[in-house]
Design a protein around this ligand. Sequence first.
Ligand code: GDP
Length: 453
Amino acid sequence: MSTIAAISTPNAVGGIAVIRISGENALAVAEKVFRPYGDKKVAAMQGYTCAYGIAHDNGERIDDCVLTVFRAPHSYTGEDTCEISCHGGLYVSKRILRAVLKNGAVSAEAGEFTKRAFLNGKLDLTQAEAVMDVISARGEAELRMAEQLREGAAFKKAHACSDRLLKLLSGIAAWTDYPDEDIPEIEPTAITAELTEIRGELSSLIRSYDSGRILREGVATAIVGRPNVGKSTLFNCLSGCERSIVTDIAGTTRDVVEETVRLGDIVLRLSDTAGIHDTQDIIEGIGIDIAEKTARNAELVIVVFDGNCPLSADDFALIEKFNNKKCIAVINKTDREQLIETDILNDKFIHIVYISAKNSEGIEQLESAVKELFEINPDSISVATAANERQKQCIERVISSIDEGIKVIETSEMYDALNVLLDEAEQSLLELTGEKITEAVVNEVFSRFCVGK
Ligand code: GDP
């Protein structure tokens, strides 16, 4: 395999930049571009050691650097790896990379270091995928979930299930293929019980998938309400900046204003929309149509009411409009006298939150309501969970084969058919962990990575 190199730090100015080189000639390449101070020799450096020296291009000094050496197999990729840490200027790091490429390395593709770690057995595929999730984590919950996967939580569970399936398969095969031998019969009830248990273990990997996805991708959220109830004030309060125009004049927000905001552990992909009400104004009408469409496409609709006014005809129309969606009613302006008929809203909404958007009060209650609605709790964060659609689909295929297997054994006791189904289940488990997978899938997984990782 070729020796690859890339800048592993962001394409920006910073304190330091790291140029990573991996492959069987990593040390030879490093030796050509890095000269240690003193009498150290790069080729003689042990793994996990550093040297201070200069990076140069054919003798022309580029920068003072530190070279760190990792010897195969004790490196991230499993290959000999060198990392040159230089000053974090864009030109300096690129200049050193150019020298490295001139001296025998080739440019690494996106995710190629992690792909090599996978191919060299340092990581299974679920752990490799988790590396990218760790990098993209925007908060504590996302990071904790990604770390679990990186530590192999899903892999260990899938592996244990795979071992149990193989044991079952070999037991059935021994018994059916060698009827003359003295092999004890496996009771159909014992097979069903074992399969049901394996199924349960695997189901737990996808049970929290939706809450995990919500934590990773955020919730597409529309803030709706009639004009002047405080939608833009709430939007600004959540986003922490003045993005939406707040005035007493009805119909100020005509377009959809969008922002990604963090509400505790949860990320909301927030859209502030035009006030929905009966209007003759053509332009405002267009804004209202867009608002309704945005809300219909959202995963969560926050319907805002003005607690300082009795419910109006427009409010009543809104209550009915989104009752088939995941909804939270927000009663705003709690700092003023409360004239709204809360008993009517209590009948219509399961989740009602009282806030003063102007004073940023009640936001924690809003966070709790979102968590309750999307079933996000410490359990959904702490259990091992499928991290993406690929993993989820593999697990669903295993479960479906097991379900069919249970049906076969309960209705016909056709062991040949059962063997085929359990073999299918086993193949899908191997696909999940990457132990048996096509090159196209591997390439697809790693193409989502950044260069240098
Ligand atoms: P929108 O049309 O629904 O987006 O409403 P705005 O956010 O533009 O707010 C309309 C008016 O209500 C503005 O004068 C805000 O200052 C006021 N407002 C918004 N939230 C509150 C609140 O919590 N308390 C009080 N007293 N006034 C508020």
